[in-house]
Design a protein around this ligand. Structure first.
Ligand code: PHE
Ligand code: FE
Length: 291
């Protein structure tokens, strides 16, 4: 069985053929990288910026997976494998469970700098891979892969997919310096890296596993809600329990739309209003005087 799966997996991998990237493709990488580098200082979490630095991913051009893998494998035992695009769910989970991160190889065109619905190499390598240098996050991603295979067996893939979406892709973290980004979908988007922290529109709610698993998400626009973890250890601990009874428990509860608040939610204010000194609203309320 395991052998069959491994064979199946290896069918989806391709060679990156790093030598074949054109000057235009490297130039697009540089544009994207330089723009994000400016935006992410003070917005991305320290774990991400550290990982990016240690990997030596830089603005020179599209990196060679062989070089990145030497650093990544040495740090946490993860490896990047090249794939042509999105792979089937079971294949994706099996990769993660073996500490292999399936990355696309193509880069978006110049007229798609701001938005792309499918992952490209900039999203995969600049968004996801730096956090795989962090030992706790590296373990979380492997556990997620194992949990994915189990959710498939139990028929609860949709609930588990929401967890991935609201953590790995769009997660925020409450760092000592303030709210920071760790979700890769945000980190690779210029517009959303500012919007998620500073725009008054979206909600920022304290992470709660069941709450997240009940919440729909949209893939065609900036998010309406973000979930905030305290740190990676908290995320890892919250997702350690057996999900089978949790899936059964929330099956009886209604799903939630992204913009809806429920009583248990704890909201965070946007960074801009947090950093401004709080004005104390003294109302000096006095009972009306009897006439
Ligand atoms: N503990 C989960 C389960 O039993 C597995 C998991 C771990 C899922 C981490 C997601 C993230 O299914
Ligand atoms: Fe992604």
């Amino acid at each position: 069985m395991l052998e069959a799966r491994q064979k199946f997996c290896s069918d989806f991998t391709i060679a990156q053929n790093w030598e074949d990237y054109s000057e235009e493709e490297h130039a697009i990488w540089r544009l994207l990288f330089e723009r994000q580098q400016r935006l992410l200082v003070g917005r991305a979490c320290a774990e991400f910026l550290d990982g990016l630095g240690e990997l030596g991913v830089a603005a020179d051009g599209i990196p060679d997976f062989r070089r990145l893998n030497e650093v990544l494998d040495g740090a946490t035992g993860w490896r990047i494998v090249a794939v042509p695009g999105l792979v089937p769910d079971d294949v994706f989970f099996a990769f993660l469970a073996r500490r292999q991160f399936p990355s696309t190889c193509f880069i978006r065109h110049r007229d798609q700098l701001d938005y792309l619905q499918e992952p490209d190499i900039f999203h995969d390598i600049c968004g996801h891979v730096p956090l795989l240098m962090n030992p706790i996050f590296a373990d979380y991603m492997q556990a997620y892969g194992e949990g994915g295979l189990k959710a498939l067996r139990l028929g609860h893939l949709q609930r588990l997919a929401r967890l991935y979406w609201y953590t790995v892709e769009f997660g925020l973290i409450d760092s000592p310096e303030g709210l920071r980004i760790y979700g890769s979908g945000i980190l690779s988007s210029a517009g959303e890296s500012v919007y998620c922290l500073e725009d008054p529109q979206p909600r920022r709610i304290r992470f709660d596993l069941r709450r997240v698993m009940r919440t729909h998400y949209r893939i065609d626009d900036f998010q309406q809600v973000y979930f905030v973890i305290a740190d990676f250890q908290q995320l890892f601990d919250a997702t350690r329990p057996d999900f089978a009874p949790i899936y059964r428990g929330i099956a009886a509860l209604p799903d939630l739309e992204p913009e809806v608040l429920i009583d248990e939610d704890v909201e965070y204010r946007p960074a801009s209003s947090l950093s401004r000194p709080r004005r104390l609203e003294r109302t000096n309320f006095r009972p009306p005087r009897p006439a």
